[in-house]
Design a binder for this molecule. Structure first.
Ligand code: HEM
Length: 546
């Protein structure tokens, strides 16, 4: 879009049949668009032939320009200073310096050799991004994290963010986006374990596989969550992030070799099917039954699963079934494939996370080969419990980023909206709201970093025992923080967060997504109770003195 115009050129296009406007030194032809403009055509005609930057920024956020620029921009003004070009929201990735010397073979050890703070990144709004984005010192991140952060942010800002509202309203994300998650090598790093380079065609670009650690994994989820849509995040990693780890960690090699490449390359989808119409947080009491056939070669599965994320699109279901007696010792995990006769799925209508595909599943006499057993028969409960830590950490990362999105949107809006003769940010009551949001976000995020570091250092079983209580507690902390931030942001945006779309659109959507985080993966009440029970039980075994 290199055409250069003078202000006189633009001024001669001020009529409805040829209507140009200027925004930030760029020239837009809105003649045809005016009829479709959601704000009305007259308002555009009033600024025809003129610089409309001030009016534009009053009513829209950055996403609008990104979405429409390609279609409507016809050039720039000759007077547009080069430096005035709109800065990309994400600063370019700092050029990778010499890779830190690995001390040991684990990826994590390299993280702690970062002695200098990393370059600043992003829009530098305090608390809208984690502090290491603003060049705070941190023991957890190095150049590989910075490079990955820049890679994902660029993709999210250009190919995802401008379209998320549309996808949410349609309750579907284009299949190419999940495919792209595979092509970019992201899926192979989202399993709570080392990077699965053996199973992918294109490993991730910005991080050598052997350097991959749980902080890289956190970054992928965190940056995707900047879209401010639980539906989007769950669409691309929701079912996968909880359904695939049990397969990778406990599946038999032939099964893993057969199906994992398709999943990690983004061609096939997998989800986790545990919850039932009558068994949610009370997993030990699930009733979906799997009976071994007399020849010992198959299980016959009968039962129902409810609220299953991604179920309608999934090719594989990592399913909790009852293979033995009552309680936790009769539960197993089976990999059920969509092609097996007797599997049917239907979409459920829910309050939030619209594009995540929440599903009701029925299994009727489904014949599943014993080779599809994940882990050992009747020992599935342990696999499920191990998996819960990973699931809850994912929920925490998303909730804290969504809280930041609520905060960031509020800060930006408060700096442009004027009431009673001053900007919102000049009202102490608004600053107080922002302060209460920020303190909860930062406190929770610092705890999250600590727990991720512990997960990195402990094995799965040790982490399940020693971190289960703290992770449960932080899950409750994160969902309460998210609910608080969504509410406060909504109050700051007023009517704009009551109607869907537009400037308050992210806040309105996130407000509807809150319960999808506070209830699944262990409700707040169960989490808080578990946090104390589990922590006391483990500490008793490890020498607590009361
Ligand atoms: C390239 C030029 C423009 C594009 C692509 C555009 C696009 C849009 C879109 C998509 C919306 C729906 C709400 C949203 O998603 O934010 C909207 C609403 C609106 N636009 Fe524009 N617009 C443009 C220029 C302008 C200008 C120059 C003005 C004012 C002079 C304006 C005034 C408004 C108003 C008042 C609304 C309604 C806001 C509300 O519902 O609160 N627009 N515009």
């Amino acid at each position: 879009m290199s055409k250069i115009f003078t202000q006189a050129d633009v001024s001669s296009h001020s009529k409805p049949d040829s209507l140009w406007i200027v925004i930030d030194g760029d020239v837009y032809d809105v003649t045809k668009f005016a009829d479709d403009h959601p704000g009305g055509k007259k308002i555009l005609q009033r600024v025809g032939g003129k610089d409309a930057s001030k009016q534009f920024w009053k009513y829209h956020n950055e996403g609008i320009l990104k979405k429409y620029q390609g279609k409507l921009q016809i050039g720039s003004l000759d007077s547009k200073p080069k430096a005035a070009a709109p800065a990309p929201a994400a600063a370019p990735a700092p050029a990778p310096k010499a890779a830190p010397k690995p001390k040991a073979s684990t990826a994590s050890s390299s993280s702690h050799e970062q002695s200098e703070a990393l370059e600043p990144f992003g829009q530098l709004i305090p608390f809208a991004d984690p502090s290491w984005y603003q060049s705070y010192h941190s023991p957890y991140y190095n150049e590989t994290h910075a490079a990955l952060r820049a890679e994902i942010r660029e993709w999210v800002e250009t190919a995802i963010d401008p379209y998320v509202t549309e996808w949410d309203e349609k309750k579907e994300v284009p299949a190419e986006i999940y495919k792209e998650m595979g092509k970019r090598g992201y899926l192979a790093g989202l399993l709570g374990t080392k990077y699965q380079s053996n199973y992918v065609e294109n490993p991730i670009k910005s991080v050598p596989a052997e350097k991959w650690d749980l902080f890289h994994e956190m970054l992928v989820t965190d940056e995707l969550s900047r879209t401010g849509s639980g539906g989007f995040v769950w669409n691309v990693i929701g079912g996968f992030g909880i359904g695939c780890p049990p397969l990778v960690k406990f599946g038999k090699k032939p099964l893993v070799d057969r199906i994992l490449p398709g999943i990690l390359n983004g061609d096939k989808r997998i989800c986790l099917a545990i919850t039932e119409p009558d068994a949610g947080s009370d997993v030990a009491n699930l009733t979906c039954e799997a009976k071994l056939t007399e020849d010992g070669k198959h299980y016959i599965v009968n039962g129902e699963k409810k609220w299953i994320t991604n179920g309608i699109w999934s090719d594989y279901f990592t399913t909790a079934v009852r293979t033995g007696g009552p309680g936790m010792n009769g539960v197993s995990l089976l990999l059920i494939e969509r092609d097996f006769p007797g599997v049917s799925t239907r979409r459920m209508d829910c309050q939030g996370v619209w594009s995540s595909g929440t599903t009701y599943i029925t299994f009727e006499d489904v014949k599943v080969p014993v080779e599809n057993l994940i882990g050992k028969e009747n020992q599935g409960f342990r696999v499920i419990m191990t998996n819960f830590n990973h699931e809850r950490i994912g929920i925490i990362i998303q909730c804290l980023r969504f809280s930041r999105v609520c905060y960031e949107e509020s800060v930006k809006y408060a700096n442009k909206r004027r009431t009673f003769g001053k900007k919102l940010i000049e009202h102490p009551v608004i600053r107080l709201k922002l302060a209460h949001m920020a303190r909860q976000i930062e406190a929770s995020y610092n705890w999250l970093e600590n727990l991720i570091y512990q997960c990195e250092k402990m094995g799965d079983t040790e982490a399940m025992l020693r971190l289960g209580g703290a992770i449960a507690s932080l899950k409750a902390q994160a969902t309460v923080t998210f609910e608080f931030c969504a509410r406060e942001a909504s109050q700051i945006f007023g009517g704009l967060s009551y109607s869907r779309g537009g400037q308050g659109g992210k806040v309105e959507r996130l407000y509807r997504d809150v319960r999808a985080y506070a209830i699944p993966g262990g409700s707040e009440e169960i989490m808080l109770d578990l946090s104390i029970r589990q922590s006391l039980r483990v500490s008793k075994m490890t020498g607590m003195k009361l």
